[in-house]
Design a protein. Structure first.
Length: 455
């Protein structure tokens, strides 16, 4: 079967949806292909936080920020491997992208709260209602439906079609009923298929460290298809060895823990011996490696009610909390002794650790690990203790794109008709993506891709 559109988009996550809405807005006919039965990808299952500088919420809170500072933080956070010009495009357009989500897509962001993820100099991560990407994807999908854009789920893009000049002119896909469908693209194809965190073989191909010993937080559809398809038409890849783990995940499933966001409000990490071993607000890669170096390759996150009351992660992520408790991975205890005994930690050792934490909370200086936000007093219960492991979370590498999101070949020339945005691209995050920058990347460049492909 053959179908023809102006713009064909592969992957219905944050980048694909944003591209679809913009391309349609620009007057193009658009089809959005999604291989899974349901939409959303990693965007859906993420916390959904999005960084931008000088937003309305920063103004509400009186926080000073600048595009330059956002660029600096992002580059530095990635060990200065990211492309400075592309990071500038991100930082200069993220604020408008966030306003577009709020005003056009009707995404509800909290008006009086921002996250400051590791590596950012100020609080700049907008938080969607419910603290997950569900708010983003629900509203993007609603808008897509209202605009009458065709969405094909269970439709897996398998091959990019080119003409004699090498221009990309369509996509061959496996349709819902097993047959092959050819989607012809009059104007352009946009790859927005996400990363390859769920593809263990591909992880090993580019970095043997990230083998089966790691589970993943990622959506099952993030298997690197777009990277492989683009490579087949001559696209260059970059930064493929840079794979990020998230430090605090479910030891049974690999799924990211959002209950454990209490870490950003002062929760500490201890090992089986009840001792701290890393600064809890260090970079994700540093904390992950430190956890794997502990006995058993896991850690416990510990916080008390006072810390929990700040971000209310237990209430906000009630389903996750209840599942962790049921699986014996999280325990609420009245006393520290009880918390220690649940996981067979020496209660006296844990008490000694907390005594030091309380001392440093009082003095304002963490003499052991120099906690950058300052430790909090944990003398009062009840306590929450949660077992955690690192899990593969984001693949920083991927396709090389230019400022207009054209995909480049090995010679640095644009491949005609081919655009890409989101986690499938590899030029922004360098060695280490900062929290809140994936959504900013996907939405900002997804919009640009949609506008450009529709030209
Ligand atoms: P981003 O944040 O870059 O938008 P996501 O992970 O949120 O990335 O979304 C990528 C989406 O692309 C996922 O829903 C995934 O299932 C989908 N996808 C991946 N490969 C294909 C493919 N070959 N054909 C269609 N959809 C795909």
């Amino acid at each position: 079967a053959d179908q023809t559109y102006d713009v064909v988009i592969i992957g219905a996550g944050g980048a694909g949806f944003s591209a679809a809405l913009e391309a349609k807005q620009a007057g193009a006919s658009v089809v959005l292909l999604e291989k899974m039965p349901s939409v959303g990808g990693n965007t859906l299952i993420s916390g959904g936080e999005m960084n931008a500088a000088n937003t309305w919420v920063q103004k509400n809170l009186g926080i000073e920020d600048s595009t330059e500072l956002f660029i600096e933080d992002t580059l530095k956070g990635g060990d200065n491997i990211g492309d400075p010009e592309m990071v500038r495009v991100l930082a200069e357009n993220a604020t408008a992208a966030a306003e577009w989500l709020k005003d056009e897509v009707k995404v509800n962001f909290l008006e009086d709260h921002l996250f400051q993820f590791g590596g950012h100099s100020v609080k700049r991560a907008l938080i969607p209602e419910g603290h997950t990407g569900a708010e983003l994807i629900t509203k993007l999908k609603k808008q897509l439906d209202e605009m009458g854009i065709d969405l094909k789920t269970n439709t897996k893009a398998e091959k990019l079609l080119t003409d004699d000049s090498g221009k990309v002119i369509g996509v061959e896909a496996a349709g819902a009923n097993g047959g092959t469908i050819t989607f012809h693209a009059n104007k352009g194809v946009i790859i927005a298929s996400g990363g390859f965190g769920s593809n263990v073989e591909m992880r090993k191909q580019y970095n043997p460290e990230y083998d089966e010993k790691y589970m993943t937080t990622d959506a099952p559809g993030t298997t690197g298809d777009g990277i492989v398809m683009a490579q087949a038409v001559g696209a260059a890849l970059t930064n493929m060895e840079s794979i990020q783990t998230y430090p605090v995940c479910n030891p049974k499933t690999g799924v990211i823990s959002l209950v454990a966001d209490s870490r950003f409000d002062g929760a500490i990490l201890v090992n089986q011996s009840g001792q701290r071993f890393v600064e809890e607000l260090e970079r994700r890669d540093v904390i992950s490696k430190a956890i794997l170096a502990q006995e058993g390759g896991y850690a416990y996150q510990l916080w008390n009610q006072e810390i929990g009351d700040i971000g209310k992660t237990v209430d906000t992520h009630k389903d996750e909390y209840e599942m962790l408790v049921k699986d014996g991975l999280l325990y609420k205890a009245d006393t520290l002794k009880e918390a220690a005994e649940f996981f067979k930690i020496d209660p006296e050792a844990l008490q000694a650790t907390i005594d030091r934490v309380n001392k440093f909370a009082k003095s304002g200086k963490d003499e052991d690990f120099n906690h950058r936000a300052g430790l909090k007093d944990m003398s009062k219960g009840p306590y929450y203790i949660q077992k955690a492991v690192p899990s593969v979370h984001h693949t920083m590498g991927g396709l090389v794109i230019n400022k207009t999101t054209q995909v480049l070949n090995e010679q640095g020339q644009p491949i005609a008709g081919l655009f890409a945005a989101g986690e499938v691209t590899g030029v922004i995050h360098g060695k280490n993506r900062l929290g809140g920058n994936a959504i900013a990347d996907a939405i900002t460049f997804g919009r640009i891709a949609g506008q450009q492909a529709a030209k």
